[in-house]
Design a protein around this ligand. Structure first.
Ligand SMILES: NC(=O)c1ccc[n+]([C@@H]2O[C@H](COP(=O)([O-])OP(=O)(O)OC[C@H]3O[C@@H](n4cnc5c(N)ncnc54)[C@H](O)[C@@H]3O)[C@@H](O)[C@H]2O)c1
Length: 434
C-alpha cells in the first residue's frame, strides 16, 4: 500500500471566487444553494455523486468520493464574483435564462446576496461586451492590487478559512504568448508599464496566485498556461489547472473517439457545428474570440487517436468546428456532428449526433468539482499544474512534456487513482482478479 499523503482537514468556510458572473457561474451558485436546501441532487458532479472502488472487486469497498476524501461540505461554501455587467447572481441567473423562475425563486434571496465586485475589464479583449461596473486604476499594477485587496476583504468579511478561484468570465480575444509572459519579473514590470499584451484574465490569475489562492481556468484563454503563471504557482506553492470546461460537443467527442480507437475503426472526417444564443455565443461571434475557442476544440482528436501511431486509420482527418450565434436558441445550444468513419476493407459509414444540450447545466457541476478538488489539492500540499483534473477540460494542461491526455476514460482513471494514492490505497489497474 502507498503511504497516504498528509491532507489538512476541511475546517471552516471555503470561498469560491469567480471572475465572471454569467450563465455558468449563476447556474453553479443556484444549483449549490438548491442542493443545500434539499431541492434536488447535484447531478453531474463526481465529487458529490460518484463512488470509488477500493482494493479488489471481491472486497466490495465502494464508498462515495466525498466520504472517502476530506472535501469541503456544500454547506461550507460561500460565493464571490466580479463582473462588468451583472450586478448580482440573481440578475445574472435571470438574464442567462438557463434556469426556470420556479427553480430560481426558492434561492432568490441568497442569489441576490452574491453581489458582483467591479471587474478588471477591457473591451479590447471582448469587443461585444460593454462593461460599466469596471475598476479604474492608473496602471494594470494598480488593478492587480485592487483585486488582491478584494480577495483579502472577501476572506475577512466572510470569515473564510480558504479560497479558490474559478474563471467563469468570457473568452478573450486570441493571443500568442509574448515576452511579458516569460517570467514573473517581466510580468510585474509589464503590469507597471500597462503592457498591452496583459489581458484581464491574467491580472486575476496573478492576484489569485500572489494571494495563495488556487486558480482553475474555465475558458480557453491562455492564462495559467503562461510561463509567468507556472513560475508564480511554483514560487507560491499554489495549484493551477486549465483550460476550457469540457461540456457539450467536445464532451461527446472525447466519449466517442476513444470508442472508435478501441475498436480500430478508421476516421475520415468529423464536422461539428453548433447554434447557440447566449452571451457566450455573442462573444464567440467575433472571429478573434472564436479563434481562441477553435484552437482549444481542435486539439482533442489528435491526442486521442494518435495519428502518428495509426497513420492508416487516423493520418488524414478533416476536422472542422463551427459555432454560430443564433439568439432565439438562448443557452439551449444545438450541436450537429457528422462523423465519417470506415471499417473492414475500408467501407465507409456515417454517424450523426444531434445534441440538444444545455451548456451551463453541464458546466455548473464542473465548477463545483474543480472548486472542491482544487481546495483538496491545496490542503494535500500540491502545487503547479493539477493534471489529474484534466477530466474536466477541453484543452487540458500537461504537467510534463509528455503532453495532455484527452481520452475521458483515461482521465477518469487518473483522477480516481490520484485520490486512491493520496489516501494510501492501491491504484486500480483492472489487471488479473482486480
Ligand atoms: N457553458 C459552457 O458549457 C462552457 C463550456 C466551456 C467553457 N465555457 C466558458 O466559460 C465562460 C463562461 O461562460 P458563460 O456561458 O457563463 O458566459 P456568459 O457570457 O454568460 O458569462 C461570462 C461573464 O463574464 C463576464 N466578464 C467578461 N469579462 C470579464 C472580466 N474581465 N472580469 C469579470 N467578468 C467578466 C461577462 O460580463 C459575463 O457576465 C466562457 O469563457 C465560456 O467560453 C463555458
Amino acid at each position: 500500500m502507498p503511504e497516504p499523503t498528509a491532507i489538512a482537514p476541511a475546517r471552516g468556510k471555503l470561498g469560491v471566487l469567480t471572475p465572471g458572473l454569467g450563465a455558468v457561474a449563476s447556474t453553479f451558485i443556484a444549483g449549490v444553494l438548491a442542493a443545500r436546501a434539499g431541492h434536488g441532487a447535484p447531478i453531474g458532479s463526481l465529487s458529490q455523486l460518484a463512488h470509488i472502488r477500493l482494493g479488489e472487486r471481491s472486497e466490495g469497498r465502494n464508498p462515495l468520493i466525498r466520504e472517502f476524501v476530506p472535501l469541503a461540505d456544500l454547506d461550507d461554501l460561500v460565493f464571490g464574483a466580479w463582473d462588468p455587467i451583472s450586478p448580482n447572481a440573481l440578475e445574472a441567473a435571470r438574464t442567462a435564462g438557463v434556469l426556470e423562475e420556479r427553480d430560481i425563486a426558492p434561492v432568490s434571496a441568497a442569489l441576490e446576496g452574491v453581489v458582483a465586485m467591479d471587474a478588471v475589464f477591457d473591451q479590447r479583449w471582448v469587443k461585444k461586451l460593454h462593461g460599466t461596473r469596471v475598476k479604474q486604476g492608473a496602471s494594470k499594477w494598480d488593478l492587480a492590487q485592487a483585486l488582491i485587496a478584494d480577495i483579502e476583504r472577501f476572506r475577512t468579511e466572510h470569515d473564510c478559512d480558504r479560497l479558490v478561484m474559478v474563471w467563469c468570465g468570457s473568452t478573450e480575444a486570441y493571443q500568442e504568448p509574448s515576452a511579458v509572459h516569460d517570467s514573473v519579473a517581466a510580468f510585474e514590470q509589464g503590469l507597471r508599464d500597462d503592457d498591452e499584451n496583459i489581458a484581464p484574465s491574467q491580472i486575476y490569475a496573478y492576484a489569485a496566485l500572489v494571494s495563495g489562492v488556487p486558480y482553475a481556468n474555465g475558458a480557453p484563454n491562455l492564462t495559467v498556461d503562461l510561463p509567468v503563471m507556472l513560475e508564480l504557482a511554483a514560487q507560491r506553492q499554489v495549484p493551477i489547472v486549465g483550460k476550457d470546461f469540457k461540456t457539450g460537443q467536445t464532451l461527446m467527442k472525447t466519449i466517442l473517439a476513444p470508442g472508435f480507437k478501441a475498436r480500430m475503426l478508421g476516421l475520415e472526417g468529423w464536422y461539428s457545428t453548433n447554434i447557440l444564443g447566449n452571451r457566450d455565443g455573442e462573444v464567440l461571434d467575433d472571429p478573434e474570440n472564436f479563434k481562441t475557442k477553435e484552437v482549444s476544440k481542435l486539439g482533442v482528436l489528435d491526442t486521442i487517436l494518435q495519428p502518428e501511431v495509426y497513420p492508416d486509420l487516423y493520418g488524414d482527418i478533416d476536422h472542422v468546428v463551427r459555432i454560430n450565434y443564433y439568439p432565439p436558441r438562448g443557452d439551449n445550444k444545438e450541436g450537429w456532428d457528422n462523423i465519417d468513419i470506415f471499417g473492414w476493407m475500408g467501407y465507409p459509414m456515417q454517424i450523426k449526433v444531434n445534441f440538444l444540450c444545455r451548456d451551463s447545466i453541464l458546466a455548473a457541476p464542473i465548477v463545483l468539482d474543480l472548486a472542491l478538488f482544487m481546495d483538496l489539492a491545496a490542503r494535500a500540499g500540491q502545487s503547479g499544474v493539477q493534471e489529474w483534473l484534466s477530466f474536466y477540460f477541453k484543452s487540458p494542461q500537461a504537467a510534463t512534456d509528455a503532453g495532455p491526455e484527452h481520452d475521458i476514460f483515461i482521465q477518469q482513471t487518473k483522477l480516481k487513482n490520484t485520490l486512491r494514492l493520496w489516501m494510501g490505497e492501491a491504484p486500480v489497474t483492472h489487471a488479473e482478479e482486480g
